[in-house]
Design a protein around this ligand. Structure first.
Ligand code: ARG
Length: 569
């Protein structure tokens, strides 16, 4: 496709003596289409050229050539040059591109560039909660989008499978294992054992001692303790897998915290060598006050055990060496902002190449709130993820039952709509914002929701069915797509790849979600204003083809978010 922005930059570069990169960075996309499709403000040039912005704008307009740029006209408004894309060229470019690509928007920008995404990461023997859902959904969308742009992505599920709590679980299991059916209900039963043994530990110092001993044995590779730990891990993962199957999540690596147990001594050695590791109240810490972080990074606790941070440091070493990453993203709730600040600051002392340190990036997200307030395990308002997804499917099924009782594959569709609604809700706002989880809002077919996009797609599908065949793109008369509703859709489709790039610049999948809402809305307006099945074959074919293109992008975009499209609903 013609890159209009680059074309404009090139032409501007011929008449003003300023670096092209800089020129390009000035170009804006006006909010109001009255001001064109691209706008070049001359204010920043005014200083350098010692002329008033409108004067500069007029001079450039006189000198500039639009030939071969796809721009039909340029207008001066005050200190702005407003460029208008040729409507027919836009339509031709977009529709040809849609026709020629199996996957519209797939790109190679990321070729040869390695991205590591650490996401999901639930903890063994603990519930997979709604925060892990957000991480799974945001990380999954980022992974899909980076891959689509050609990056080499390693998605890592940094499972929480390490820590002193396993010493306790082992002891509890030893004592009462046969009372609990952990194969059937792993997480629930293991949680019960954990609560019970924890209570006993509070009463009986000797039990606590035994638990500590178990953990030590586990670290030393004791066969019995290892076997139990592996069992807890296997049954937990099996339960997590049910959620991943519902969400369609896949990871390239499942190296969890325990994977780094034999890689921590090197971290300690390196930090010691850097001179930064100091003793403090029996613990070994790295003081970070000189980089503006008040709380130190604890590497070895006073009882001699390593920490969550130590394992993250070992993981940084391992990932830098194994994946040679350009960026390593960590998708967790903003509750871990301090943790990652400390870890990234401490990582500077591991002696790694500076480029790896620069590539470390925490991608925090907000809390999920119920309309009644914060979810909490203690008050029993925390929802188990599997139950939540099942409820979403049930509720979607009720809506479908009302709207379209004769639909075939109701169950399949309800799954796509219910799960899609939950996923989209998680991705629809700026990720750091807290999100209110309200069933009526997320499943509203009329709102800015996943089901709304699916519904729009299904509507287009039925238009295409009615039309019979999709015309050949060569036979589409683009003159018939000059109206503002068609043009709005074309502009959005044109911008798809650019949207994906923006997502990767800000690690913000909501940019794509908002875009898909805009596209669905633009299609709805087009559909309401333009009759498609008209007698004039040229008009009909053009509108059918545009509908086909819009459907293709809606499907591609939602797939990148991790949703599935129903064909009917
Ligand atoms: N298991 C952790 C939790 O549930 C998240 C792990 C995030 N990744 C990391 N490398 N620290 O909070």
């Amino acid at each position: 496709m013609i890159d209009f922005k680059t074309k404009i930059t090139e032409e501007l570069g011929k008449v003003v003596d300023i670096d092209k990169k800089e020129l390009e960075s000035y170009i804006e996309i006006p909010k109001d289409t009255k001001n064109g499709d691209y706008s070049f403000p001359c204010f920043k040039l005014a200083k350098e050229l010692k002329k008033a912005p409108p004067v500069i704008a007029n001079e450039i307009k006189e000198k500039i050539s639009l030939e071969g740029t796809g721009i039909e006209k340029v207008e001066v408004v005050g200190g702005f040059l407003n460029f208008f894309v040729d409507k027919e060229i836009l339509a031709k470019e977009v529709l040809n591109e849609v026709a020629s690509k199996e996957e519209y928007g797939r790109a190679k920008i990321g070729e040869g560039r390695n991205i590591v995404i650490d996401y999901s990461a639930p903890n063994i023997a603990k519930p997979f909660h709604i925060g892990h859902l957000r991480s799974t959904v945001i990380g999954g969308a980022l992974s899909n989008i980076y891959k689509f742009l050609g990056y080499n992505v390693t998605g890592i599920n940094h499972i929480g499978d390490y820590g002193t709590q396993f010493g306790k679980l082992i002891e509890g299991y030893k004592l009462w294992g046969d009372e609990y059916d952990i194969d059937k209900n792993p997480i629930d039963e293991l949680t019960k054992i954990y609560i019970r043994i924890n209570n006993l530990c509070k009463e009986d110092e000797k039990v606590l001692e035994a638990c500590r001993d178990n953990f030590k044995k586990l670290e030393e590779g004791d066969p019995y303790c290892t076997e139990l730990w592996e069992k807890f891990k296997a049954v937990s993962l099996k339960e997590f897998q049910r959620v991943y199957d519902m969400l369609g999540s896949k990871f390239e690596s499942w190296n969890g915290e325990a994977f780094y147990s034999d890689k921590m001594p090197e971290v300690i050695e390196l930090l010691e060598k850097s001179g930064k590791l100091v003793e403090s109240q029996g613990a070994k810490i790295v003081d970070l006050t000189d980089v503006g972080i008040d709380t130190p990074c604890i590497i070895i606790k006073s009882n001699g055990s390593s920490t969550y941070a130590t394992r993250d440091l070992a993981a940084i070493l391992y990932r830098a060496r194994t994946y040679d990453f350009e960026k390593a993203l960590y998708v967790t709730s903003y509750e871990q902002v301090l943790h990652f600040k400390q870890v990234f600051a401490t990582a500077k002392y591991l002696g790694l190449d500076e480029k790896y340190i620069k590539g470390l990036k925490h991608v925090p997200f907000g809390m999920v709130l119920l309309p009644t307030g914060k979810m909490s395990t203690r008050e029993g308002t925390s929802i188990k993820l599997e139950d939540l997804l099942n409820e979403a499917i049930e509720r979607a099924k009720e809506v479908i039952e009302q709207k379209n009782p004769d639909l075939e594959d109701k169950d399949e569709t309800a799954k796509k709509v219910g799960v899609g609604a939950v996923i989209f809700n998680d991705l629809s706002n700026n990720r750091v914002k807290d999100e209110v989880f309200d069933w009526d809002t997320i499943l509203n077919f009329q709102g800015e929701t996943g089901p709304y996009i699916q519904y729009t797609y299904v509507r287009i599908k039925s238009v295409l069915d009615k039309a019979g065949e999709i015309p050949n793109v060569k036979d589409v008369n683009v003159e018939k797509l000059a109206d503002k509703y068609s043009q709005e859709i074309l502009k959005l489709i044109y911008n798809f790849e650019n949207i994906l790039v923006q997502v990767t610049e800000k690690e913000e999948p909501s940019i794509l979600s908002r875009y898909l809402i805009d596209l669905a809305k633009a299609y709805s307006s087009f559909y309401n204003e333009n009759k498609i099945m008209v007698d004039d074959k040229e008009v009909k074919d053009a509108r059918v083809y545009l509908s086909y293109a819009a459907a293709k992008v809606l499907k591609e975009g939602t797939k990148l978010l991790g949703m599935e499209m129903p064909n009917k609903m």
